[in-house]
Design a protein around this ligand. Structure first.
Ligand code: SAM
Ligand code: DTB
Ligand code: SF4
Length: 331
């Protein structure tokens, strides 16, 4: 079978269309996985999986209305709000993450955007985490040019800012900001010289074309994001999306394979939702080109997959975590 677009997949400046993404998605699974594997092996050691540990440094009371999120002040989710953490506690958590084998530490805050004094404290956290020998990532909401510059100056390696879904489905999920607002912040992050971590969520009631449309937007960013988190919705009681139907696991595998082919040098992260996934599904996702996970007891407000179970799974599959400081194919 003639590979769909295989001759051009390593060209990041290629403009992807929804039709091209659909054609990949519809390939017979062995063909799709073969193409994804071929792309993956051209850029990465296929046994290497990058491990990021998350910490929610500011919890809840968020003014935004993201329909999936337990931290929005608009929904009664039972979550207890917590102010911005102190620097010392963050550094203790980062040290534990490093000692457990993580190479990147990602600090998340339930903000629409950071405010002056708060950003200063976050920059101190970034300096401290970096000094521990970890890569740094932060996800703090929308940024101004000055804030992006201050984060870069502090040594921030990655900024996570997800587009979450397609441009068309976005207003069904979030009304307090626009898809364009997200792209604007991503452009500021890129302009500041910080690597981009940007992906989305599946299982929010969106269509297959919404999922593929999201990948098309990501793959057409120039350059494409260095990190692409694919989250499966973690349903949270009290949110509008609490009772969405879970995705067919094989659709997730296909989506990851398409992401791998469309963004050959990105770390494609099998992100939230592993807690509810069996080992075989996760194994297929790694075969399809996922090469990063969130590793640690907690995501932001919910439990992550068990760390001991992750270690056992990696052993069974012959996978290993990226050593700290080893960098990325795209770096
Ligand atoms: N407040 C900032 C923002 O929205 O950009 C940063 C933190 S926010 C929690 C980071 C990302 O986590 C969201 O963009 C979304 O993609 C993901 N996320 C949040 N809640 C989730 C859930 N219940 N299931 C899956 N992903 C989720
Ligand atoms: C991302 O793409 N996923 C992470 C991180 N970036 C910040 C968040 C997942 C949150 C899952 C639900 C929770 O624990 O609240
Ligand atoms: Fe706030 Fe971020 Fe949650 Fe949206 S995803 S409600 S912006 S914490």
């Amino acid at each position: 079978m003639k590979p769909v677009n295989a001759e051009t997949t390593t060209e990041p400046s290629q403009a992807w269309s929804l039709e091209a993404a659909q054609a990949l998605f519809e390939l017979p699974l062995p063909e799709l996985v073969y193409q994804a594997q071929t792309t993956h092996r051209a850029h990465f050691d296929p046994t290497d999986v990058q491990l990021s540990t998350l910490l929610n440094i500011k919890t809840g009371a968020c003014p935004e209305d993201c329909g999936y999120c337990s931290q929005s002040a608009r929904y009664r989710t039972g979550l207890k709000a917590e102010p911005l953490m102190d620097i010392e506690s963050v550094l203790e958590a980062a040290e534990r993450a490093r000692d457990a084998g993580a190479s990147r530490f990602c600090m998340g805050a339930a903000w629409r955007n950071p405010k002056g004094k708060d950003l200063e404290r976050v920059t101190e956290m970034i300096r401290g985490v970096k000094a521990l020998g970890l890569e740094t990532c932060a996800t703090l909401g929308m940024l101004t040019d000055e804030q992006a510059g201050a984060l870069k100056e502090a040594g921030l390696d990655y900024y996570n800012h997800n587009i979450d879904t397609s441009k068309e489905y976005y207003p069904e999920v979030i009304t307090t900001r626009t898809f364009e607002d997200r792209l604007d912040t991503l452009a500021r992050v890129r302009e500041a010289g910080i690597s981009v971590c940007c992906g989305g969520i599946v299982g929010m009631g969106e269509s297959r074309d919404d999922r593929l449309g999201m990948l098309v937007t990501l793959a057409n960013l120039q350059p494409h994001p260095e990190s692409v988190p694919i989250n499966q919705l973690v349903p949270s009681d009290g949110t509008p999306l609490a009772s969405c139907e879970p995705l067919d696991p094989l659709d997730l595998v296909r989506l990851i394979a398409v992401a791998r082919i469309m963004m050959p040098t990105a770390r494609v992260r099998l992100s939230a939702g592993r807690h509810a996934m069996d080992d075989a599904t996760q194994a297929l996702c790694f075969l399809a080109g996922a090469n990063s996970i969130f590793y640690g007891e907690r995501l932001l407000t919910t439990d992550n997959a068990d760390m001991v179970a992750d270690q056992a799974l990696f052993k069974r599959l012959g996978l290993h975590g990226t050593p700290s400081g080893a960098g990325d194919a795209s770096a």
